[in-house]
Design a protein around this ligand. Sequence first.
Ligand SMILES: *Cc1c(COP(=O)(O)O)cnc(C)c1O
Length: 377
Amino acid sequence: MTSQRSVLLLTPGPLTTSASTKSAMLRDWGSRDPDFIALTAAIRRRLVDIAGVTRTHVAVPLQGSGTFAIEATLGTLTPPAARVLVLANGAYGRRMTLILQRIGRQPVMVESAEDTPDDIDALADTLAGNPTISHVAAVHCETTSGILNPMDAIAAITRQHGRRLIIDAMSSFGALPIDSADGEAFDALVASSNKCLEGVPGLAFAIVREDALSACAGHAPSLALDLHDQWRGFERDGQWRFTPPTHVVAAFAAALDEHAAEGGVIGRGLRYRENCRVLVREMRSLGFETFLPDALQAPIIVTFRMPADERFEFGEFYTRLSERGFVIYPGKLTEVESFRVGCIGRLAASDMVAAGEAIAAVCAEMGVITLAPASDG
Ligand SMILES: *Cc1c(COP(=O)(O)O)cnc(C)c1O
């Protein structure tokens, strides 16, 4: 047996999960077991509930990580050779562009700097000038930096121009609301089990307008990632098309119970906001600087600038911190040296205080004196 020492994951996922979510996996289920079919159906209902689109949309779970569902959704909802406007201000927006290229769609990327929200004026201009663009794809919280994009405005502009919106809400769904505009805001919203819903990793899902999805037979360039066929499978007999991640589904049901008990999207968002506030307060009191101004920061993951002090070696910092039970994450920005600390998962403000203390102790051990970044690095 390996060590059972538990660590707190202050990362963008996989995340720290509760004991009851983990213990929901201590039973085997057959894929045709009526209890398991009921569990899947319940999860599908609860996801459309959380999104506030019960009348118009269906939830389609899919085996795999979040990217699998992004690729399935882009490939299924857009017809071959479709032109798709992608709003990008980080790695996940750029990844949607890569996926679209790979599956033979035509992405039109509207890119902003990583510290700047999606450009809604450029969105409106590009849609107005390009009537052949059929869809817009956008990231709600761009986890690369932790920035919150103006999704309600993006949805309104996309709708005014008569185009269809696909949202990567991977790192926000369940904690940060999106106005569903009575089901009119988006054709699809994609997320996964192990971000703000605090399940274990292994399944992702799209919440899709039923009338849009039913018109998409034959679009997908992939068999396994065909969201339309996956949906038809659930509608036909309640079963997954291929081997379901049964234990992950059971854990997800338990995690959704906890989400409801915490007060749903509002309750979860409040806890994450408090985690984020305490984390930033503790880190600033040590001398660290955030990459983003507070007004643009989503309460999901915080990017800190790398201290200029050359005794601050990130690999050593990371290892020493994980030995103390806190796993953080490297930076992913293209221009600025940084690292990230997550606020999501089964974490409380007291964990953020403890993380701040551990970070202070590790910096002292490493002999780092000043934690400020190089002046405007
Ligand atoms: C985590 C994440 C994804 C998907 O990542 P996987 O590693 O495939 O689960 C996609 N978009 C955003 C914004 C994310 O935070």
